[in-house]
Design a protein around this ligand. Structure first.
Ligand SMILES: Nc1nc2c(c(=O)[nH]1)N[C@H]1C(S)=C(S)[C@@H](COP(=O)(O)O)O[C@H]1N2
Ligand SMILES: [Mo]
Length: 337
């Protein structure tokens, strides 16, 4: 599969001090990245690549992940001239309400999540339904590094180097039937290991549910991630398997997935169900359509502090307009927020 790296993915703003991490990567790959096609990318050694992420804590690295990591296609998609968010921020400023409502709760509490063994049920309008052990689920897939902006609906953002594979590859393998029009995802429900599910936080009707239209799910930018920063996913970031949809607000990128269903009707999703006037099914990043309680025109890019809030302009579709705008031609994005 060949994905072109469109120019609009690149951000040319130079108002952010690049992290040392970012510079060392650039010096490895040099200028040869400009305008490349995926297939032309050099495959670098695992050690060289992983060492770029100097501030990353070692994980437990399950065996199936180690096997995959060696053949990773590094930098399959990247953002130009934007610093990668430090690992510490990406793993200590989280939304994962199953582990509590505050940004620090997931890092403090997600250690109780047991991610091995893990299985994923694929069912509904598919030719090949089944329950797959995670290691079997990932076996036919090649890991790719995708460096994406993540824009939360709360108006903060990060740049995260994910490791994952295109969702389309998984969907093709399970053979959606002609009735399949949407994909529905479900997070693990386990009040024993997820304290937020015991307290019934914010009236969420667990499990957390998200969904995409099938054509959105087939877009090459939509991935299922199993890692970040050259290692497996930390629990607080949605281990062992999460969705990443970079042109949509972060709440679409559902964590710790146990069920993927191909369905005919638009799924009822968690945040839309909680506050339908504030959170829509589409949730495309759109600086022109404000949240009822705050503007979406700008965002705080982490790390962001009192003296340097690091504010930047929010881009249409989070900077992925060229790749995804055609999915929404003829759709009123004000009504379908
Ligand atoms: N299961 C589940 N998935 C979730 C959430 C959640 O609370 N539960 N929060 C979402 C929100 S609001 C955001 S912004 C992202 C945050 O991902 P990160 O913590 O890895 O940055 O995860 C999303 N996925
Ligand atoms: Mo979010």
């Amino acid at each position: 599969m060949l994905i072109k790296l469109p120019k609009s993915s690149d951000c040319n703003e130079s108002d952010v001090t690049p992290e040392s991490v970012y510079f060392s990567r650039r010096s490895v790959l040099g200028a040869s990245l400009a305008g490349f096609a995926l297939g032309a990318l050099p495959v670098l050694g695992q050690a060289a690549e992983a060492s770029r992420y100097a501030d990353v804590e070692a994980g437990s690295t399950p065996g199936w992940f180690k096997d995959k990591l060696g053949a990773t296609r590094w930098q399959a998609v990247t953002v130009k001239d934007e610093a990668i968010t430090p690992f510490k921020d990406a793993t200590h400023y989280n939304n994962f309400y199953e582990f509590g409502p505050d940004k620090g709760d997931p890092a403090a509490n997600a250690g109780s999540l047991k991610t091995e063994p893990w299985s994923v049920v694929v069912h509904g309008e598919v030719g090949k339904p089944g329950r797959y052990a995670l290691e079997d689920f990932v076996k036919p897939l090649q890991l790719e590094e995708r460096i994406y902006r993540l824009r939360c609906v709360e108006a903060w953002s990060m740049v995260i180097p994910w490791l994952g594979f295109p969702l389309s590859e998984v969907l093709k393998q399970v053979e959606p039937t002609s009735k399949a029009r949407y994909v529905r995802f479900e997070t693990l429900q386990d009040p024993k290991s997820m304290p937020g599910q015991r307290s019934g936080f914010a009236l969420i009707d667990w499990p957390y549910v998200e969904g995409l239209r099938l054509d959105e799910a087939m877009n090459p930018l939509a991935i299922l991630a199993v890692g970040m920063y050259g290692r497996e996913l930390p629990n607080q970031n949605g281990a062992p398997l999460r969705l990443v949809v970079p042109w949509k607000y972060g709440f679409k990128s559902i964590k710790s997935i146990v069920r993927i269903s191909l369905v005919a009707e638009q799924p009822k999703t968690t945040w839309q169900g909680l506050a339908p006037n504030e959170y829509g099914f589409y949730a495309n990043v759109n600086p022109q359509v404000d949240h009822p309680r705050w503007s979406q025109a700008r965002e705080r890019r982490l790390p962001s502090g009192l003296f340097n809030p690091n504010v930047r302009t929010t881009q249409m579709f989070n900077g992925y307009e060229e790749e995804v705008a055609s999915l929404y031609s003829g759709l009123d994005l004000r009504k379908n927020y």
